[in-house]
Design a protein around this ligand. Structure first.
Ligand code: PRP
Length: 247
């Protein structure tokens, strides 16, 4: 699940649980010579800014109802068409930075990124390979403990590979910060990050993210992989959860 401060649409949302890290950000940095791992500078022109005013309130035709979530959503923040168009743009940008001969190794961070990575890989006009990691964090649902534990590690060695971490959302940035440091110890040729969503106002650590689809407000978002209590991942759009669902 993800969310922090609910905006004008729905009051105050609970903070998301999980996704904590060690608080050391800035991408693959450190004294072990991994500072050059990032393959390039941020592609800021790819990022669309979404505000709460862009959210389309749910009217009589409740799109959540099509998936069994009757009256549970407050609004659609990013619709299916906008997601599809953005993923195509991100895929082209990533492909432009890679050679066909050295296909990117996509690392999907479970579970939230699973929808994104499958659409992203299919939109890539170059070959790619796929790996999965699952991590969890110690601590309460409302505070970061600073410690991340690997639940499922990669199935292969990434030495010399050009890695692209595929994330659904960057909230505090703590998970990604920890992950970048962890992967940097495994001697990849490069590590870049493609994130569908980012909450700039929630960032706690400076993380080097090359490709970002949408900068969004700190509203409580669900759908397209994002959950609240493991629900709503199956929605094909990014929506705002109704306040009554978590109050
Ligand atoms: C979410 C999301 C990111 C992380 C981002 O995962 O998928 O991995 O939180 O949050 P952060 O920037 O504050 O660290 P979560 O821990 O909720 O698990 P999930 O993907 O299984 O839902």
């Amino acid at each position: 699940m993800t969310g922090s401060d609910w905006s004008s649409l729905a009051g105050t949302a609970p903070e998301r649980g999980g996704g904590q890290g060690d608080g050391v950000g800035g991408g693959p940095v450190g004294s072990n010579g991994v500072a050059n791992l990032s393959a390039g500078e941020s592609r800021a022109h790819l990022t669309s800014r979404i505000t709460s005013a862009d959210a389309i309130p749910i009217g009589d035709a409740d799109p959540g109802a099509d998936h069994g979530y009757h009256g549970e959503l407050a609004a659609i923040l990013i619709g299916e068409d906008a997601l599809k168009a953005k993923i195509a743009v991100l895929a082209k940008a990533v492909a432009a930075d890679h050679d066909v001969d050295t296909p990117p190794l996509l690392i999907c961070v479970l579970k939230g990124a699973v929808m994104f990575v499958t659409d992203f890989a299919r939109a890539l006009p170059i070959p790619s390979e796929l790996e999965f990691m699952a991590v969890t964090s110690y601590g309460s649902a409302t505070s970061s403990s600073g410690v991340v534990r690997i639940l499922k590690d990669l199935d292969r060695d990434i030495t010399g590979r050009r890695v692209v971490i595929v994330e659904d959302i960057i909230d505090s940035g703590l998970t990604l910060s920890w992950l970048l440091r962890n992967l940097a110890t495994r001697s990849p040729a490069s590590v870049d990050v493609v994130a569908l969503l980012r909450k700039p106002e929630a960032i706690k650590v400076d993380v080097d993210v090359r490709y970002v689809g949408f900068d969004i407000p700190t509203d409580f978002v669900v759908g397209y992989g994002l959950d609240y209590g493991e629900r709503y991942r199956d929605l094909p759009f990014v929506g705002l959860l109704g306040e009554h669902m978590y109050r």
